[in-house]
Design a protein around this ligand. Structure first.
Ligand SMILES: [Zn+2]
Length: 158
């Protein structure tokens, strides 16, 4: 597996906590704290083929970081995207980057659509068509009214 290709260093994120702009891969360092990860605007992902899909992005890892004159080790947590009812939201930019590249996830509209039965889809389409027809009718009558009313309005003949 080519895990390195997951990181796109050109992609920039803006942290919602410290306000700093950081590039992909530089997930930690929020407020200058090496173990603190940046957070971004929460984003929702939709999984149409499974309700409880789980995606392990990263296993626990031991990091050696500089600490004063010496070093210390920290454990980075395991990162899992756990879908509930086909939905998962995260403010973790690292998870977002991986999920953004995964073409199996879909838009909210497609997700809702995938949950509908063929009959419900048909009904929904009919509702949309009826509403559009009503709107067209409304606009046409507005247009017709404007044509009937010249700028210099004359009193109607008896
Ligand atoms: Zn930050």
């Amino acid at each position: 597996m080519a895990r390195k290709s997951r990181i796109d260093s050109r992609r920039k994120f803006e942290c919602v906590n410290c306000g700093e702009e950081f590039s992909s891969g530089n997930w930690a360092g929020c407020y200058g704290v090496p173990t603190q990860e940046h957070k971004v605007e929460r984003k929702m992902y939709y999984c149409s083929w499974s309700n409880g899909f789980q995606y392990c992005l990263k296993k626990e890892k031991t990091l050696v970081i500089p600490d004063g004159d010496g070093q210390r080790t920290v454990q980075t947590p395991r990162k899992v995207a756990r879908f509930h009812k086909g939905q998962f939201s995260t403010d973790d930019p690292e998870i977002q980057e991986v999920l953004d590249k995964d073409r199996r996830f879909c838009s909210k509209e497609k997700f809702i659509d995938s949950k509908l039965t063929p009959q419900a889809k048909m009904r929904r389409r009919e509702v949309v068509i009826t509403e559009q027809q009503r709107l067209i009718g409304h606009l046409q009558s507005q247009l017709a009214q404007r044509k009937e009313q010249p700028v210099e309005s004359e009193s109607p003949a008896d």
